[in-house]
Design a protein around this ligand. Structure first.
Ligand code: CTP
Length: 417
């Protein structure tokens, strides 16, 4: 099968031209160059994917260096893996040397050695991701499909290439669910059995790698679908026993999208909503399992601490300055999480008021202004600024002039007492 017309039809002309030239350069030095992985899958599906992954039976870094004059862009190389990245204009292309992999220990990164394209494709996660397209001029556009990827695409199946795939790399369990739900495919029955068998192998994967896979899930259009399937298959529970991919979460994710539309909600918001039902202790376990970076960990902690403030926040007597004092200091993402996830509508409205408005309110007068008005430097300045802040939050002053009048009033009162 030849896919050159699909390539021309679906990829931008600049990338097509680049691939043609790259194929010619590879050919001129007796090497073979291929387009591989997700982009081949998506070309066959008619879906946009501009992440080009190229594999050369030869030397990727050498080839990338020869292509610099073509792109006139930037090159980044990783000699240890013999890979390179070319970046120019808005494009980015990864180039790797065809390699085979041996997994010495489950979950650990594999040891690799240069190989043919067939072995390079065989080391991959699923048949639909294990196809290539020849880019050398004489065979340009030819589909290389040794493992039945096209057939599986047509039958909407996610299938591993061999029985040890999930044992070698249990992140593929999460990847499998992601592709299944994204493409609306099914895990092929034997693959599903292997996946279930190998769920305990998730314990062999480092926090960083699990976090990375979770981020990829949260970048999907509907992450809740993947999480629901993860719960159904007991995958989510293996990452952390308290995680749920239920209807509540789906509703909250949908509300988060509406809140941020037309852009996408930050990943941190999705993650915080996922962690929201956890207790403090369970949350700490999640933070360490995922090795969350400090700021994100604090956002999760804040979101859970704010839960305890929802009841006081629902008190009808509160004025804006009280709301401000209950919430200031917390991460705004954690507050937004509670405004989406909290039970009380009044509390939720007040959280939103804080995020949209109260947190930005500051008095117009500064410490210097107060000094100019004759207040000596010292703790009094701080105290007056605090009172001014509260007055402004509660709508008692609307202009700088109002603030000055108020301060003068206080000073006069003080002088008389
Ligand atoms: N791959 C793999 N096993 C992994 C990760 C990646 O076999 N654990 C292979 C697959 O062939 C995949 C390719 O490396 O297609 C590129 O990986 P990645 O960029 O993560 O996947 P894509 O399919 O390109 O992108 P996406 O998942 O977003 O569709």
């Amino acid at each position: 099968m030849n896919l050159s017309s699909k390539i021309e039809g679906q990829l931008p002309a600049e990338l097509v031209k680049f691939m043609r030239v790259a194929g010619e350069v590879a050919h001129s030095q007796g090497e073979s160059l291929y387009l591989v992985g997700g982009v081949v899958r998506d070309l066959l599906l008619g879906q946009t994917n501009l992440d080009l992954d190229l594999v050369v039976e030869g030397n990727a870094i050498n080839l990338a260096q020869q292509l610099i004059p073509v792109t006139q862009g930037k090159i980044t190389t990783h000699p240890r893996f013999n890979t390179a990245k070319l970046q120019w204009n808005k494009w980015s292309v990864d180039l790797a040397t065809a390699r085979s992999e041996t997994y010495v220990k489950p979950g650990a990164l594999p040891s690799v050695k240069p190989s043919s394209i067939d072995s390079d494709l065989f080391r991959r996660d699923f048949t639909i991701n294990a196809m290539a397209i020849h880019l050398n001029p004489s065979r340009y556009g030819e589909l290389i499909d040794r493992y039945g990827g096209k057939d599986d695409l047509e039958h909407k199946l996610i299938r591993v290439l061999h029985e040890k795939s999930f044992t070698d790399d249990a992140t593929r369990i999460l990847r499998g669910l992601r592709y299944e739900q994204r493409l609306d495919f099914q895990l092929e029955p034997a693959t599903l059995q292997l996946l279930k068998r190998d769920i305990p192998m998730l314990d062999t994967i480092s926090g960083d790698r699990i976090r990375h896979e979770l981020e990829l899930i949260l970048r999907e259009k509907y992450p809740e679908k993947v999480l629901r399937r993860g719960e159904e298959l007991n995958v989510l529970q293996r990452l952390h026993p308290g995680l749920k991919g239920n209807r509540w979460l789906a509703e909250k994710f949908e509300q988060a999208r509406q809140l941020y539309s037309p852009t996408l909600p930050p990943l941190g918001l999705y993650l915080t909503l996922l962690a929201y039902p956890l207790t403090n202790e369970e949350n700490e376990l999640l933070i360490s399992r995922l090795r969350l970076p400090k700021t994100l960990a604090q956002t999760l902690r804040d979101a859970i601490s704010i839960k305890a403030k929802l009841q006081p926040l629902a008190n009808p007597e509160l004025n804006p300055s009280n709301i401000y004092h209950l919430l200031h200091g917390y991460s705004s993402l954690a507050i937004t999480t509670n405004s989406l996830a909290g039970d009380s509508p009044v509390a939720r409205q007040r959280l939103q008021l804080f995020v949209d408005k109260l947190r930005y309110i500051k008095p117009a007068l500064t410490g210097d202004d107060l000094k100019r008005m004759g207040i000596p430097p010292g703790p009094r300045i701080k105290e007056i600024l605090h009172l001014l802040h509260e007055a402004k939050l509660d709508g008692k002053v609307a202009s700088k002039q109002n603030e000055e009048d108020l301060v003068r009033g206080w000073l006069a009162d003080n002088m008389t007492t």
